[in-house]
Design a protein around this ligand. Structure first.
Ligand SMILES: [Zn+2]
Length: 254
């Protein structure tokens, strides 16, 4: 906290013309093209690992980068704050990308893996229930990311699960069907300070180096596409997940 307060003074002292121009422009409005959903964990520093500037990202952070799914009415089964932010990002900011970003050594995933019934805090225990479908898939998907520790494998599966939850919202589904939105699954490895992106073709997370970045950017040039986990005919996670017998109770796709 002391660092935070001193940091404000430091920023006031150092801010230059460029900063003033940036914030003066941003005071007139924001137009980020990405909604970034990540864990509240202090180490998930997207402004550092993705070199982002003020105004670049609309952000939702919560414990375990969860997305409570919508009921058939389109209303969130949990409290509506996150759903409201998702709808605002899509309808008002017209973001064209939503990134769900998990990370290694996630305390939420470690707790979910050990069994959320052991968590003493009642709200946290209930919240971790959103990761239960991913936990069920972890037991089935022994071939998925075998090089990782179980809680980190769960963290990656949880990213994919929360993306499925995103698709339960009409505002998300409609834009996917129109080719106006792409969903991305990212995973931040804290120890290596590397970011990975889920790739359908390899059914796994691939490090975002120069080559992978080129591949991702090339995909945008192919728009409109079926998008990540889209409705197109490409085989990928959809079929891979469909092969798993322990299917998510939150998955409301027909
Ligand atoms: Zn976390």
């Amino acid at each position: 906290m002391k660092k935070l307060v001193r940091g404000i003074v430091e920023f006031r002292r150092k801010r230059d013309e460029r900063h003033r121009d940036t914030f003066a422009r941003l005071a007139l409005g924001q137009s980020p093209d990405c909604l970034f959903i990540s864990c509240s964990d202090s180490r998930v520093a997207v402004n550092v690992f993705a070199s982002t500037d003020p105004g670049d990202l609309f952000v939702i952070r919560n414990v375990g980068n969860m997305v409570p799914p919508a009921a058939s009415s389109g209303i969130s089964i949990s409290d509506v704050s996150e759903a409201a932010a998702i709808e605002f990002a899509l309808t008002q900011l017209t973001v064209t990308h939503i990134i769900v970003c998990g990370h290694s050594e996630c305390g939420a995933m470690a707790a979910a893996y050990k069994g959320r019934e052991k968590v003493l805090s009642p709200n946290l225990r209930a919240w971790l229930g959103l990761a239960e479908p991913a936990l069920a898939k972890l037991k089935e998907a022994r071939f998925f990311a075998p090089e990782l520790a179980p809680h980190n494998r769960l963290s990656q599966l949880n990213v994919l699960e929360q993306i499925l939850h995103l698709r339960t919202y009409p505002a998300v589904r409609e834009r996917l069907e129109r080719g106006e939105l792409t969903l991305h699954g990212w995973w931040f490895d804290i120890a290596k300070a590397d970011v990975y992106a889920y790739e359908e073709v390899s059914a796994g997370f691939v490090i975002i180096d120069e080559q992978e970045a080129e591949r991702i950017l090339r995909k945008f040039n192919d728009w409109p596409s079926s998008g990540w986990l889209g409705t197109g005919p490409r085989p990928g996670l959809r079929s891979w997940l469909a092969r798993l017998p322990a299917w998510s109770r939150f998955d409301r796709r027909s």
